[in-house]
Design a protein. Structure first.
Lengths: 307, 300
């Protein structure tokens, strides 16, 4: 098992290195000079510009810049913000809890709703329950998250006044954004759980379990569901990607100070060192999560060898 | 196309009737026609395309005309969907918005298909070093979660509508590459490919004439569903201020502009929101129908 994890980690190294090269290049691909953006339009004189470029190391050859960038990253130095010259890592870490809180809550909602909907749908295969559940799920995947968020605000905040519309802190401000985000992933999950459940339910061992007179509930929960869950684990990583993307939008709408909102604000403010650092941060997190998902997959399914 | 509703002219016994070879496509089309969801999706989509084409004929307002006197009017006889904060007719903007959103969907998917399918064909057919290189590139692109890759590309190119389409297209390409490669690997070992190689057909001909037509099924399915995804992604970028610029009648942008009027004027956000949902839903219905029809193993 440990060897498997080790092998997977080693296999991920080239990808991660290429990701860092790409992310490093962001600062050099953008139209305009980072030093000029840092100085602002009015204050830049040729002398000042040259000085800032030297300070930022932009006057060195590209490969030297990359190596020093990577050296910094390995020491936890992701660069300084082009807007306020503060280290970007501090800002990112400060924003992390709000995003974690949101995505984890959304994941919980999405998993519970999606699995229930998928199981109910599969058990009532080709009945009206199935049709209704799948229609709901299809509606869910077709719904842009920003409209879902606005609808939730409109009904539960403006009309019913149950929850505050925006802001963060406290469970009452988490409910709406978490649902907006969770409903989306529940729809994808429901469709997946249903088809995987249907496949498992037609297997011989399920028939055997029924034939030996086990109760329906035992057959479904103990024999079928456990196996039906295996393919769903593989999409957990994908779900996380979806949630991060969704968090960009929900955080903007619900005015939460999280990573997603920071990302959009940084793009709009041309704070490219911040964009660079966040991209690297999120990509690395994503690669690690997918790795963890793969390992979990191998651990759960005894048919998969660790080789 | 084989239409089962046509009366059979032949009076010969069934056994003697010549067996008509039906192509995969005719077969699938027949199956699609019997799927109410797919038919509904197709009809809705056709209506939307018509609305987009004939937008100036459908409405008598100008989508960008600002009339301060008429601002924030609720839906009524003069303005079916009401007006926004600038007094612009929302129905008109929604109809013209169909042009923008369908364009986003088509252009992005075109970019994704051209790039992704070629990558997948090369990787799958040649294998070896080409495969390793292409798949490494795919892995790197897929290392950026969700919409993040599109955001990075927009950040580099600068926020506007065309760049948003490029960003959405590029970020979808790796998925297409994977699907194509998988399909190529499945049929590459078929006898008819060997036969083509043996008779000395040039490689480009084998790829384009023998390989590609036989993997069109999965590609058609991902591209169709891809249009739906691209429309949502494009609208999301515009909503965030990273896509279409005002006063473009883009649905995501309209929702974003109506956000601050949620309390007084629900119609500003509701109608473009509905428009996105109906469009995406119809494409998803069509895509799901295509997948079921093209994959005979999925028969219910």
């Amino acid at each position: 098992m440990l060897r498997y994890i080790g092998n997977r980690l080693i296999a991920a190294v080239p990808t991660v290195l290429l990701v860092t090269v790409l992310v490093f290049l962001i600062l050099h691909l953008i139209p305009g000079d980072p030093a000029e953006i840092f100085l602002g339009e009015n204050r830049s004189t040729p002398e000042l510009l040259a000085k800032v470029r030297a300070d930022m190391g932009l006057d060195r050859p590209l490969h030297v810049q990359y190596l020093s960038y990577m050296g910094g990253v390995l020491h936890g130095d992701f660069g300084r913000s082009l807007n306020n010259n503060r280290p970007v890592l501090g800002e990112i870490l400060g924003r992390l809890p709000a995003t974690l809180e949101l995505t984890l809550a959304a994941m919980a909602i999405g998993t519970v709703l999606g699995m229930s909907l998928g199981i109910i749908s599969a058990l009532g295969h080709n009945t009206w329950v199935d049709t209704a559940a799948m229609a709901l799920a299809l509606l869910g995947v077709s719904m842009p998250i920003f409209w879902m968020s606005l609808l939730l605000i409109f009904f539960f905040s403006v009309h019913l006044n149950w929850f505050p519309a925006i802001g963060q802190g406290g469970i009452e401000r988490l409910v709406l954004p978490a649902f907006a985000l969770g409903l989306l992933s529940s729809s994808t999950l429901a469709r997946l759980v249903r088809s995987s459940m249907l496949e498992v339910l037609s297997q011989d061992y399920v028939r055997t379990a029924r034939a030996k007179g086990l109760r329906d509930r035992t057959v479904v929960l103990r024999h079928a569901l456990k196996n039906a869950l295996i393919p769903t684990i593989t999409v957990l990583g994908l779900q996380f990607g979806q949630l991060i993307g969704g968090a960009v939008i929900t955080e903007t709408i619900f005015a939460r100070r999280g990573l997603g909102r920071l990302y959009v604000d940084s793009i709009l403010n041309k704070d490219f060192t911040m964009v660079q650092a966040m991209t690297l941060f999120l990509a690395l997190a994503y690669v690690l999560i997918n790795l963890a998902v793969d390992v979990a997959y191998a651990a759960v399914d005894p048919r998969i060898s660790y080789e | 196309m084989n239409n089962p509703a046509l009366p059979q002219q032949s009076v010969e016994p069934a056994r003697a009737r010549p067996v008509r070879a039906r192509s995969l496509w005719a077969d699938s089309l027949g199956r699609m026609a019997r799927n109410p969801g797919a038919v509904a999706g197709m009809v809705l989509l056709a209506l939307l395309v018509l609305a987009a084409i004939f937008a100036p004929q459908i409405t008598r307002y100008d989508p960008a005309a600002i009339t301060p006197r008429d601002r924030l009017l609720p839906p009524g006889a003069a303005h079916w969907f009401g007006t926004d904060a600038f007094g612009r007719d929302i129905f008109t903007r929604v109809v013209f918005g169909a042009r923008v959103s369908l364009l986003i969907g088509i252009v992005s998917v075109l970019i994704a298909t051209l790039l992704g399918v070629s990558m997948g064909l090369v990787a799958g057919y040649f294998g070896g070093l080409a495969d390793a290189l292409v798949m490494r590139a795919v892995d790197v692109m897929l290392a950026f979660p969700g919409i993040l890759l599109a955001l990075v590309i927009v950040a580099v190119l600068g926020p506007d509508l065309l760049n948003a389409m490029i960003a959405v297209g590029l970020s979808a390409a790796p998925t297409y590459a994977r699907v194509t490669r998988g399909a190529v690997l499945q049929i590459k070992t078929s006898l008819f490919i060997d036969a083509a190689v043996v008779i000395g057909a040039p490689t480009w001909r084998i790829i384009l004439r023998h390989l590609l037509p036989n993997i069109l099924g999965p590609i058609v399915v991902v591209t169709t569903l891809g249009v739906a995804g691209a429309i949502i992604a494009g609208a999301s970028l515009s909503f965030l201020g990273l896509g279409a610029r005002p006063p473009t009648p883009e649905w995501g942008l309209m929702l974003s502009e109506g956000r601050s009027f949620l309390r007084q004027a629900w119609w500003i956000t509701t109608f473009p929101g509905l428009a996105i949902m109906v469009t995406v839903l119809s494409i998803n219905l069509l895509g799901d129908g295509l997948r079921d029809a093209l994959d005979p193993r999925m028969k219910k």
